[in-house]
Design a protein around this ligand. Structure first.
Ligand SMILES: *[C@@H]1O[C@H](CO)[C@@H](O)[C@H](O)[C@H]1NC(C)=O
Length: 427
């Protein structure tokens, strides 16, 4: 029988941030466009370094020109490897705009305006920011990966008039619906797909390992689980960014790069700010600010620790491995990439290996190759809940306001042996 204690509700606000991210890449080449027929072609490339599935592309251009209908614009997308990746091309505009000066528009499939029929009299071509339909659909790129070289080709097919490509931008929207991951005190884990599962082994575990974080700086989070009576919980968590490590344990105790109570106002985790808030004598919150509202939040309530990500995106976690599963899909993958279905086997798979970096300052039994200690029959089930110093009745009363999550709350309160936990999750 599987142990069925529900998540430690310390993270009462376990949010699932669904993020369809939009990113903009721009170039301002101030590139001269000579007006001399076929040899009047110029091009400018932008390298998009983020990799995600594209759900929408818009292109804005700012071109100065003395006769806009001389121009043809094409957009080419070539993957990160120019020798092997297929190339897609679409035509953005072809000889539109008549004798208008300049072309300052955003090409967007969903625009209502079109440049067909645009002229110097209706002024469609140079109203800053006007959204117009491209000649061929930008949705050609939908479903492709974003990473690679995007090139704007401009051909001026008439002599006489000339111009300048001042700037242009690619506005990319990703398709992913991503939830945040979490590991809470009991411990229960919420994968990147928002699916909960339990693992009650006692050992050090790879919560997430994301070598591509920060353009190769790397981010790893390990957790250390502990069994106590019929419960198990996360007793400490260590976050490594680059060579820097923040370790958080019971009652808000912490070490930064091995130094207890390091001054977090002046010391950083790699280049990231850590904010420590002592809520009260039992509860502490550490927030690692990753920028743009993205965070890793570690909390302690007495001796129980929880970890969650906030606003996770592919920028931080693409290609990551560990207990949170495969980023984007949340599939629970083994180290060799096979799908795993048994939570016990999956948890054991992500025990920190002998060959992996040790993020915790001190080693604690068991360490690989000794396997995680799994709960025996005496920890199996709820019958030993009676050993809690908190009665079921008292827990139920304290958790009354939790609604659907009341059962979670009751077991968490009994596990922590503290009625105040019923309030801690509600902030
Ligand atoms: C992949 O990993 C799983 C889980 O550890 C293991 O059962 C399986 O044998 C491995 N497969 C290969 C080909 O190594």
């Amino acid at each position: 029988m599987m142990i069925t204690f529900i998540a430690l509700s310390l993270l009462g606000s376990l949010s699932s941030t669904k993020a369809q991210t939009t990113v903009t890449y721009s170039s301002s080449p101030n590139l001269a466009i000579p007006g001399s027929g076929t040899s009047g072609s110029v091009s400018d490339s932008i390298f998009v370094d983020a990799s995600f599935e594209i759900c929408d592309v818009d292109i804005s251009v700012d071109i100065t020109h003395t006769w806009t209908s001389d121009l043809e614009l094409d957009l080419t997308m070539d993957g990160p490897d120019p020798t092997t990746d297929p190339v897609d091309v679409i035509r953005l505009q072809y000889d539109d705009c008549g004798s208008s000066d300049d072309l300052v528009v955003t090409f967007d499939d969903s625009a209502t305006e079109s440049l067909n029929g645009a002229s110097s009299s209706n002024n469609l071509c140079n109203q800053d920011g006007l959204e117009v339909q491209p000649e061929e659909a930008l949705s050609t790129f939908n479903g492709h990966q974003s990473i690679g070289y995007w090139t704007l080709d401009i051909n001026d097919d008439a002599g006489g008039d000339t111009g300048t490509l001042n700037s242009w931008s690619i506005i990319l929207t990703s398709c992913e619906t991503i939830t945040d991951g979490a590991g809470t005190g009991d411990p229960h884990f919420k994968s990147w797909a928002g699916k909960w599962f339990d693992f009650h082994g006692e050992c050090d575990l790879v919560f997430v390992d994301s070598p591509k974080f920060g353009h190769g700086t790397g981010l790893a989070i390990h957790i250390r689980t502990k069994a106590r009576y019929q419960y198990s919980y996360i007793e400490s968590a260590a976050v490594q960014i680059g060579d820097s490590v923040l370790e958080v344990g019971e009652y808000g105790s912490y070490m930064l790069d091995g130094i207890s109570n390091a001054d977090l106002d002046s010391e950083k985790l790699d280049r990231y700010t850590v904010i420590h808030k002592k809520i009260n004598s039992k509860q502490d919150v550490f927030t690692i600010e990753l920028g743009e509202g993205k965070k890793i939040v570690i909390q302690s309530f007495k001796d129980l620790v929880s970890v969650k990500t906030v606003g996770a995106s592919k920028e931080e976690y693409r290609g990551s491995q560990g207990l949170l599963g495969e980023f984007g899909t949340g599939k629970l993958l083994s180290r060799n990439g096979t799908i795993m279905t048994d939570p016990d086997a999956f948890g054991n798979e992500w025990q920190v290996l002998e060959t992996e970096p040790k993020l915790f300052q001190t080693a604690r039994f068991p360490q690989h190759p000794v396997q995680c200690s799994m709960p025996g029959p005496e920890r199996d089930g709820r019958r030993r809940l009676g050993e809690s110093t908190i009665s079921m009745e008292a827990a139920e009363e304290a958790c009354e306001h939790w609604g659907d999550l009341k059962d979670q709350c009751v077991y968490d309160v009994m596990a922590a042996e503290d009625l105040e936990l019923a309030e801690a999750g509600a902030f």
